[in-house]
Design a protein around this ligand. Structure first.
Ligand code: HEC
Length: 181
């Protein structure tokens, strides 16, 4: 017969065991998380906001702006700018999540950061709608709203020198992909 005392004893032992297991496995499970991708909702961004701003956001946005100002756009040009706008759209979510940069997690916890990320996503979606319709004036207008969004967020958050020292890279020194016929 299981007595109350018996139960208490058992749960005491179980509790102690559990605590021991947690204590001894906790550091291991953290280390495991960085290599296992199946036990979490998503894989954390493995790069920083600084690096992404330069390699993805800035890179893709310049092509969206170039297309807005281009004299003519061929079918191939529209396809090219669609790829860049899609990259920019996807990067909006990454910007809202933050990554490995020293200030990233502080920034993304600020509601103001989320508002500006949402604006970047909204402006880029507008650009994509214009691209689908091959409507260059609408693309230009969406691009202009996008510039204001970049600048608005930078005014509040961007330090005078980037946290990781990664700066804007001049675009496409190898030639303008939108010029391809
Ligand atoms: C949600 C806020 C936010 C938005 C929106 C945003 N940025 Fe940034 N950007 C930053 C922050 C913060 C940094 C500095 C990162 C660091 O120092 O770690 C940065 C850095 C940069 C840099 C590198 C630093 C430099 O001065 O050269 C470039 C280039 C850049 N952003 C371009 C853009 C462009 C283009 C857009 C719009 C299409 C944009 N950013 C939208 C917050 C934002």
């Amino acid at each position: 017969m299981t007595t109350f005392k018996h139960l208490r004893q058992r749960s005491g032992i179980v509790g102690t065991l559990m605590a021991l297991i947690l204590l001894t496995t906790a550091p291991g499970s953290v280390a495991q998380q960085s290599t296992t991708t199946t036990e979490r909702e998503f894989i954390e961004l493995q790069t920083s906001i600084n690096a992404m701003m330069v390699a993805v956001v800035d890179w893709a946005a310049h092509e969206v702006w170039e297309a807005g100002y281009a004299e003519t756009l061929t079918g191939r040009n529209w396809l090219t700018v669609k790829q860049y706008a899609t990259q920019l759209l996807a990067s909006g979510t990454l910007v809202s999540l933050g990554g490995t940069g020293p200030a990233d997690m502080t920034w993304v916890q600020n509601p103001e950061w989320q508002r500006w990320s949402a604006r970047m996503i909204r402006d880029t979606r507008d650009a994509l709608v214009a691209i689908e319709a091959q409507d260059q004036p609408a693309l230009l207008a969406a691009g202009e709203r996008l510039v204001n969004t970049c600048e608005g967020c930078h005014e509040i958050f961007k330090p005078s020198s980037p946290t990781e020292g990664i700066m804007h890279v001049p675009h496409h020194d190898y030639g303008d992909p939108l010029a391809v016929q």
